[in-house]
Design a protein around this ligand. Structure first.
Ligand code: TRP
Length: 326
């Protein structure tokens, strides 16, 4: 969020959110908590976004591939459900590839790409503006995970919130509900959501997806410490931490942790924390839903599912849901 590269960005990307000022406080609180944690949004600095792109190429990481296959197979039906000419708002757009794959069929009037990783977003949008000159495009560098206010240049009519990749699973269920409620308030009665949600499956498949053989996921998770070092001037020794990613079936979620390999003191200007050998920092959860529970969550939040597309080989759901009149 406090991105040293920001100064090199042109004004094409709007930086939103005064929440940036709270970044250090949020990090201090997490690092000093009894069970230490770092918010997953800090995984996505410029390098983290690239590492996540690499994760999406891994044979073990099925969600991206499965979702892309659903888009490719059912693109025409998805476009029919959404209707041409919508305002497509891509939350956590990353490299914008998922939305771009839908442009030819969906034909949005405006594309609004939102991501916390501002520089990465900027680089992804530039070629898209060339390729799809007829679509009006906006890039918003902001953290949308907590508060949510879209600037005036985002069209109000027929907003379609695009939230793929099962990012909804990175919220605890209550927070997922609060987040979807916020989307419902932001989209008006003619709005809708197109969301990709990963469904519960075999533990072995999930364990491998979040702890791959090459160690890319480990690098991605460890990179959060490097990012925190730059954000608050901490002195995390990355070699003294180990990635842990595993499915916790009882809690219905994959958990990602970083485990201290030895007793150590981590310091930053104004604070410090001692970690014992084996002590963990919790970095992310990835909840895996039952399809019926996902639909129920959308309904409670004010969206009625109109269509659900799944993959017969790998449980994953893409759902189009329309705003219900308030
Ligand atoms: N949103 C992704 C997911 O839950 C993020 C992710 C994939 C991730 N692999 C990870 C986060 C490993 C932390 C560590 O699938």
């Amino acid at each position: 969020m406090i991105n040293p590269m920001l100064t090199s960005c042109t004004s094409e990307i709007t930086l939103e959110g005064s929440s940036n000022a709270h970044v250090p406080d949020e990090l201090f609180a997490g690092l000093l908590a009894k069970q230490a944690c770092i918010s997953p949004k800090f995984l996505y600095d410029a390098l983290g976004s690239k590492l996540f792109e690499a994760i999406c190429e891994l044979p073990e990481y099925y969600p991206t591939r499965t979702e892309a296959a659903i888009f490719a197979r059912h693109g025409a039906e998805i476009a029919r459900a959404a209707g041409e000419g919508c305002t497509l708002i891509d939350l956590g757009a990353g490299n914008c590839a998922k939305a771009a794959s839908l442009f030819p069929l969906l034909k949005p009037a405006q594309y609004v790409a939102v991501d916390i990783s501002t520089e990465f977003l900027h680089e992804a949008l530039a070629p898209l503006r060339q390729r799809f000159a007829q679509i009006e495009m906006e890039g918003l560098g902001m953290d949308f995970s907590q508060q949510f206010a879209l600037p005036a240049q985002v069209r109000a009519a027929r907003r379609l919130f695009f939230y793929p990749g099962s990012s909804i699973g990175n919220f605890a269920p209550d927070d997922a509900y609060a987040f979807l409620r916020r989307l419902r308030l932001e989209c008006g009665d003619d709005g809708a959501i197109l969301i990709g949600i990963d469904l519960a499956k075999d533990k072995a498949v999930l364990d491998a997806a979040y702890d791959d053989a090459l160690g890319v996921t480990a690098a991605f998770n460890l990179n959060i410490l490097r990012h925190v070092n730059t954000l608050i001037g901490a002195d995390f020794d990355i070699r003294a931490w180990r990635h842990h990613g595993f499915y916790n079936a009882a809690r219905g979620r994959v958990e990602m942790h970083l485990e201290s390999t030895r007793a150590q003191l981590v310091q930053w200007p104004g604070g410090a924390r001692r970690f014992e050998a084996g002590e963990r920092i919790h970095t992310e959860n990835s909840y895996k839903y039952q399809q019926a529970d996902a639909i129920e969550l959308l309904e409670r939040s004010g969206f009625e599912a109109t269509r659900v597309w799944t993959d017969p080989r790998c449980p994953f759901a893409v759902i189009h849901a329309q705003a219900m009149a308030a």
